[in-house]
Design a protein around this ligand. Structure first.
Ligand SMILES: [Zn+2]
Length: 420
């Protein structure tokens, strides 16, 4: 945990925490300060504001200085949906899908998530840690400071416990703050009936929690996988065991996933590609955060998109995530955020809130991150542009200057740019 003064930034987007995830019109506000500075002491933000003011209160000698001229500063980006622990290849299956094969045809040939489950079960601990070592630096280089990581390619008690334990061990591989999620109810294993497997997950859950690494239980509610009733039984057990929940919902079909996630008390529901407009209206405003995954919709070639505009209109807080997994090797949250703007017709400010404060709320971590204000962690992402909204004009370009976690610079492209 370090001291650092970030001085002379063209713009700082504070995204102030007003006591809840941003919703409706509030999601369009970034609380910008121009010609600004941020002071971090012992890893915690001590001051933010116009450079002259911050220098008056925190300009003491001996504190390392980062010159942010020409740059903009946003709260450390937060990736709230990823599945980086997997083995196996799915590019051939993607080629088949691009050539017209349906998901059902791929699944009937043993493809899809199930093929990743078999490959992941067969992989050694070192191979799986190698997969994490591959993913983490790339995700960090995209400006992410906190990363949610799920199990879910094991689907037996012993394999799920092994994967969760490896995710716990992987904290030593990266400066990223990891948030670990148990996803036993990812898909139904081949040859098992979904009722029988739901019962297995109910039995796995306390064992998974005993490991002491899981922050969340993620539950799928999807036609052909887990029904609303099955999902609700998993929500109930989670509540009894005091573990907060998230939900994979309506990714492939309208499945009552959104209303089930809200009824189950999930902190977030994710995908929501096929959630019907009527259901969004009927459920109305929620504390459950809608986590939308545009790259998943792109790669899965879904024939509709999550209705982000309607969620926002209904005062549902919206977050955006990348969904790095065995079939989507997308590590860049900035690309995902930039893409989310035209994909969902979200404004640049809405997508920046979606990848910072609202993502922090989606992980239950807004108490100490997600915004730039005194008392929050010194987690910042510096963008190589004078205004953060330019992020959306630079999709796929190099947009990250520096990544700072707890006041320590953990990634920088300055030397590549010939700067000190
Ligand atoms: Zn997922």
């Amino acid at each position: 945990m370090s001291d650092l003064n970030i001085l002379g930034a063209a713009c700082v987007a504070c995204v102030r925490d007003r006591g809840g995830a941003r919703r409706g019109a509030e999601q369009r506000e970034l609380d910008l300060v121009f010609d600004a500075a941020v002071a971090i002491r012992d890893g915690v933000i001590a001051a933010v504001g116009p450079s002259a003011e911050v220098l008056r209160s925190c300009g003491e000698d001996g504190v390392p200085v980062l010159d942010a001229s020409g740059l903009s500063v946003v709260p450390g980006l937060i990736e709230c949906h990823s599945h980086p622990l997997f083995a196996g290849e799915r590019h051939a299956e993607y080629a088949e899908r691009l050539a017209g094969a349906s998901l059902a045809e791929i699944a009937a040939r043993g493809g899809g998530i199930w093929s990743s489950v078999l490959a992941t079960r067969a992989a050694s601990d070192d191979q799986l840690l190698g997969a994490l070592k591959h993913a983490y630096p790339r995700i960090l280089a995209g400006g992410v400071t906190t990363l949610e990581v799920k199990s879910g390619y094991g689907l037996t008690l012993s394999e799920e416990l092994r994967h969760l334990e490896l995710l716990g061990r992987s904290r030593t591989l990266t400066p990223l703050e990891l948030v670990i999620t148990f996803l036993g109810a990812h898909v139904v294993p081949a040859g098992l009936d979904s009722d029988a497997y739901t019962n297995e997950v109910l039995e796995m859950l306390p064992r998974a929690l005993e490991l002491g690494v899981c922050a969340f239980h993620d539950i799928t509610c999807e036609r052909g996988l887990f029904s609303p009733d099955q999902a609700l039984s998993l929500f109930d057990r989670s509540r009894a065991l005091s573990v907060p929940t998230r939900c994979h919902a309506d990714a492939w079909a309208s499945s009552e996933g959104w209303q089930t996630a809200v009824a189950g008390g999930a902190i977030s529901a994710e995908h929501l590609t096929y959630t019907p407009d009527d259901e969004i209206r009927a459920v109305g405003a929620t504390d459950t955060i809608a986590v939308l995954l545009p790259q998943a919709e792109l790669i899965y070639m879904t024939d509709r998109r999550a209705n982000a505009r309607l969620f926002i209109e209904q005062d549902v807080p919206v977050a955006v995530a990348t969904d790095y997994c065995s079939s989507i090797h997308a590590t860049s949250l900035p690309v995902t955020l930039g893409m989310a703007a035209p994909w969902f017709r979200m404004t640049p400010a809405e997508v920046i809130v979606a990848g910072t404060l609202n993502a922090a709320y989606a992980l239950g971590l807004a108490g100490d991150r997600g915004s730039i204000e005194p008392g929050k962690r010194g987690d910042l992402t510096l963008l190589s542009m004078a205004h953060p909204s330019e992020l959306c004009l630079a999709v796929g370009q190099e947009v990250i200057s520096d990544v700072i976690i707890g006041g320590t610079i953990v990634h920088s492209t300055r030397t590549q740019r010939g700067e000190q």
